[in-house]
Ligand binder design. Structure first.
Ligand SMILES: Cc1cc2nc3c(=O)[nH]c(=O)nc-3n(C[C@H](O)[C@H](O)[C@H](O)COP(=O)(O)O)c2cc1C
Length: 147
């Protein structure tokens, strides 16, 4: 990545609802994410389950803004709600063009997701979810199968 002003970083976190959920769709999203994100200096994590996408995008502000605009127009999800949009000093998922995290038991019940609990998360709580996953992934780096 280039030095100087280019090193300024921002992150965006949003939640959305998959329009239709399948392994094929997920694989396609992850493939284009990993291809594009490497080129744009973007890293992040995508939590996926049949009723939820929850994603952090981190990288140069312009790249993040452009990518988020693209993601907003993607018809593979709806009810997109931005939870956080901030300049940050560091990446949580520096080693990942886009880490893929399936549902974990400590996360949320179907009823919580259905009731919109996630979309009411405050900005700091949304970040705390990814900070926890980043700490866990540091412990197990390299053990996860990549698509
Ligand atoms: C939940 C979700 C997350 C996505 N995340 C990314 C991403 O991190 N990077 C990316 O390039 N595209 C992502 N996409 C796909 C974009 O909306 C868009 O389809 C893609 O960037 C098009 O690039 P391509 O033509 O190179 O495949 C995501 C889509 C969805 C539905």
């Amino acid at each position: 990545m280039k030095r100087g002003k280019q090193e300024e970083l921002k992150h965006v976190i949003y939640a959305s609802k998959p329009t239709f959920f399948s392994d094929t769709i997920l694989k396609k999203i992850l493939r284009s994410s990993r291809k594009n994100n490497v080129a744009w200096g973007v890293s992040g994590n995508l939590i996926c389950r049949s009723d939820l996408f929850f994603q952090i995008l981190e990288g140069p502000p312009e790249a993040i803004n452009n990518l988020y605009e693209k993601i907003l127009t993607d018809n593979r999800h709806l009810e997109i709600q931005k939870l956080r949009d901030k300049i940050t000093g560091r990446r949580l998922f520096a080693s990942w063009a886009m880490k893929f995290d399936p549902y974990k038991s400590w996360m949320w019940t179907k009823d919580e997701v259905k009731g919109g609990a996630l979309k009411r998360l405050c900005s700091d709580d949304a970040l705390a979810v990814f900070e926890k996953l980043a700490r866990e992934s540091d412990q197990f780096l390299g053990s996860e199968e990549k698509l």
